[in-house]
Write a protein that binds this ligand. Structure first.
Ligand code: TXA
Ligand code: MG
Length: 329
């Protein structure tokens, strides 16, 4: 059983933000909630602190991190925003869209943050606690999802503790993340916008703002510029069986809508077939069903529109062969 470390988790309030800011200034790691998932934060300009993120996550170094700031103005100190990037920032920030942009040479960013790339991924989170924390820290914060590499992203402080106890200095507890699925990542080069990872901001909404379609060609499996696309990025320990139409008595069922009968255990992403509710439940339910008592997790089909695209993306990664164990973030 997990031991509850009294000092590790603090309820989100001014005292917690200040304690967190001190930890960050000292090169420490602080986990904090965002509207998508919990992030494992470090000062983006402090290479050693950023290295500790990779260590804590056991994440390969070629995997670049998202930098969290409080405004478009703060983003513009780190990266070049083309008029198209400005338009997306104005429409989606604060919120669950991450923009991959050309890095400014003078930007105070550790190279580890960008994994040596000349682009940087930036996002302005909308979550009140994330914003308060960033405002208190007054530094750009590099933060991947606060899970150990290869595990699903954490949507509660308890998930973070279960994965990173001993590797994180402080966890700011803001309750469950409202969205429950990571940000959408797009790369912006001039007017060209390429979808790198589906997520909280829907493709439909982004294209409505752009007025034209994004590029969506999936990068090669091992393409180092977009490691988030590695197929087995999100991997529970149990085998995952997708689009189940029946379920064995030894299997755990992750249902959507009216559940199949006969499973050893069942959790329902959304009885009402509501994709927003399903996204918010996804990682937490996969974690709960990822138990040695079961032979596999059988997942019922989820429609691939709106947030369903991100949900299916995560499910496919969870079901992918595990040949890349240790090579995902
Ligand atoms: O919702 C989210 O995005 C959460 C919260 C904490 O903000 N963060 C998150 O970070 O999901 P992470 O590190 O787990 O995923 C970030 C993805 C990685 O797959 C990484 O490869 C990609 O972003 N990425 C970062 N910088 C990039 C860049 N310059 N070019 C291409 N991909 C990049
Ligand atoms: Mg992650």
């Amino acid at each position: 059983m997990q031991r509850v470390a009294v000092d590790l988790i603090l309820k989100a309030d001014m005292a917690a933000y200040e304690k967190g800011a001190k930890r960050i200034a000292a090169g420490g790691l602080v986990a904090f909630p965002t509207e998508t998932v919990y992030g494992l934060g470090a000062d983006a300009g402090n290479g050693e602190a950023v290295a500790r993120i990779f260590e804590a996550k056991a994440r390969p170094r070629f995997n670049p991190l998202i930098v969290h700031v409080t405004s478009k103005r703060a983003a513009a100190r780190l990266a070049e925003l083309s008029p198209t990037a400005e338009r997306l920032a104005d429409a989606f920030w604060p919120g669950s869209l991450t923009l991959v942009l050309p890095r400014k040479p003078e930007a105070e960013l550790s190279d580890l943050v960008t994994a040596g790339l000349d682009t940087v991924a930036i996002r302005v989170p909308a979550h009140g606690i994330a914003r308060e924390f960033l405002n208190t820290v007054e530094r750009p914060i590099a933060a991947p999802s606060a899970n150990r590499s290869g595990r699903v992203s954490p949507t509660t402080a308890a998930h973070v503790e279960a994965d990173l106890d001993g590797a994180v200095d402080l966890i700011i507890d803001g309750g469950p993340c409202p969205l429950g699925v990571e940000s959408t990542i797009v790369a912006v080069e001039g007017e060209t916008v390429r979808l790198l990872r589906p997520g909280g901001a829907t493709v439909e909404d982004i294209e409505r703002v752009l007025g034209y379609p994004m590029e969506k060609d999936a990068p090669a499996e091992d393409r180092p510029t977009a490691p988030g696309q590695l197929r087995s990025h999100y991997a529970p320990r149990l085998p995952v069986r997708l689009n189940a139409r029946s379920v064995k008595g030894t299997e755990a069922l992750l249902a959507f809508g009216k559940p199949l009968e006969g499973a050893a255990a069942t959790l329902n992403l959304s009885e009402e077939e509501n994709l927003t509710e399903a996204a918010a439940n996804l990682f937490s339910m996969m974690r709960q069903l990822d138990d040695k008592r079961f032979s596999a997790i059988a997942v019922m089909a989820v429609p691939a529109n709106g947030l369903g695209l991100a949900i299916n993306d995560r499910l496919q990664r969870a079901a992918a062969p595990r040949s890349e164990e240790g090579a995902h973030g």
